[in-house]
Design a protein around this ligand. Structure first.
Ligand SMILES: Cc1cc2nc3c(=O)[nH]c(=O)nc-3n(C[C@H](O)[C@H](O)[C@H](O)COP(=O)(O)OP(=O)(O)OC[C@H]3O[C@@H](n4cnc5c(N)ncnc54)[C@H](O)[C@@H]3O)c2cc1C
Length: 400
């Protein structure tokens, strides 16, 4: 009898696991099903560039149908998993956009999917209501953490004539820790090109005792902020936003006025994780840092942004985790022993940090070894640009 492997989430993590398993397991050994609420695969790193009209990309070029990226051995279900029953090894799914609906013969349906192995790759979600003032002030502050948000920010920048731009985060953790710094550097460059830099103060606020969580990265970024005349305040834990008075205030008791606010919204794990009582207080899955097994839940694995692992919430981490998880699940289905480090995640992450002016640096690290970012250069900027374009052809397929 084939084993049923269910994967929830068609982001970078879930898609790579599905494709690698489809290539390594015969259909008599395993049936692989991926369930995703939207049926669309989004390349979020592209959102960073949309406000500046870079990348030559519009938001619709950063999305592809999930089915176009999957090995044809993977059965795709477009639907929302609304309950995960760990005791009975079942998922409850509201199939709102099933094949029926696509061909126009049917509508929503409910289904129960049993599993032998479950992979939770449900990512993170934005919860503005977690920070007082954000939900009430909708449309009066900005972010680049969704395609719509980035395009609205682009419009706000187009009409910006000078003043103070404040950049901050609404809480930790959030996806892609370098993104607010990258945005700051790209904004500085953009304002200089538009002749607006002399009339604009950029103020970067960060909750930690430095401008980036990892010390070696902060050591590279801080002098760059100073060189570019970007003001920064550390130990600024955003507590509330007043969009009427245009003030952002911190737990530490500071109030900072802005003309334009760019704030990374608070993040949480997927709603179904919270609703099924599987996550911690923020909805992150308690995950074994090496095996990726969800703690206390046999046969359930997690990867990517959905986990509580002490690595950045990044596509890169999800990518490396997907490879070890596919090796682990493949061995389990084959009844084979894993050897040495095989099937164990060591915290590997590799990502770029754009520093503006056509330069970037690269962050390579794992649980044990912090990054040693090289001096920002055109070389890493070009590598990042190349990656942005090559992504669709190599990453979801698990070819790198
Ligand atoms: C502006 C920005 C820039 C970034 N830049 C970088 C970068 O340069 N490098 C980098 O490595 N990372 C970057 N990231 C982070 C990266 O995009 C994410 O960390 C990555 O996409 C996480 O992948 P994932 O598979 O864990 O989750 P996701 O890609 O979020 O996928 C989760 C999937 O689960 C589905 N889902 C959720 N709940 C359910 C449910 N109940 N039922 C069915 N399906 C469900 C969702 O529809 C979604 O498709 C950036 C992110 C942002 C926002």
């Amino acid at each position: 009898m084939p084993q049923h492997i269910l994967i929830v989430g068609g982001g970078v993590g879930g898609t790579i696991v599905a494709n690698l398993l489809a290539r390594s397991l015969h259909h008599q050994e395993a049936e692989i099903t991926l369930i995703d609420s939207t049926g669309k695969h989004v390349y979020m790193p592209g959102w960073l560039y949309l406000p500046f009209n870079h990348l030559g990309a519009e938001s619709d070029q950063l999305v592809r149908p999930e089915h176009s990226l999957l090995n044809n051995r993977v059965h795709l279900v477009t639907g929302d998993v609304y309950k995960i029953d760990i005791q009975n090894r079942e998922l409850y799914v509201h199939q709102s956009r099933g094949l029926d609906e696509i061909v126009g013969t049917g509508g929503a349906s409910e289904a129960i999917y049993p599993y032998d192995y479950l992979v939770l790759a449900t990512g993170a979600r934005l919860v503005p209501s977690d920070l007082p003032g954000l939900a009430e002030g909708e449309g009066k502050w900005h972010h680049f953490y969704s395609a719509e948000g980035s395009l609205q920010l682009r419009q706000a920048l187009e009409t910006f004539a000078g003043g103070r731009i404040v950049i901050t985060v609404g809480g930790i953790p959030y996806r892609c820790p370098p993104a607010p710094l990258e945005f700051t550097f790209l904004l500085d460059e953009w304002l200089r090109k538009r002749g607006l830099r002399d009339r604009t103060e950029i103020h970067y606020l960060y909750p930690l005792p430095r401008v980036f969580p990892i010390e070696s990265v902060a050591a590279v970024a801080t002098p760059l902020l100073e060189e570019r005349d970007v003001k920064y305040t550390i130990f600024f834990n955003t507590e509330a936003v007043d969009t009427e008075r245009k003030l952002v205030s911190s737990l530490e008791g500071e109030e900072i006025a802005y003309d334009l606010l760019v704030l990374v919204p608070p993040h949480r794990g997927a709603k179904v994780i919270e609703d099924s009582g599987l996550g911690d207080a923020q909805g992150w899955l308690p995950t074994d840092r090496a095996t990726l097994e969800v703690k206390g839940m046999p046969h359930v694995y997690a990867l990517g942004d959905a986990t509580d692992l002490p690595v950045s919430k990044s596509g890169s981490a999800a990518h490396f985790e997907a490879k070890v998880l596919a090796a682990r699940l493949g061995a389990l289905v084959h009844g084979e022993e894993l050897k040495g480090e095989e099937g164990l995640y060591d915290g590997e992450v590799m990502c770029f940090l754009e520093t503006g002016q056509n330069k970037a640096t690269q962050l390579v690290f794992n649980y044990e070894n912090p990054p040693h970012p090289p001096r920002p250069s055109l070389y890493y900027h070009m590598e990042k640009q190349l990656f942005n374009r090559a992504y669709w052809h190599i990453v979801p397929q698990g070819l790198v």
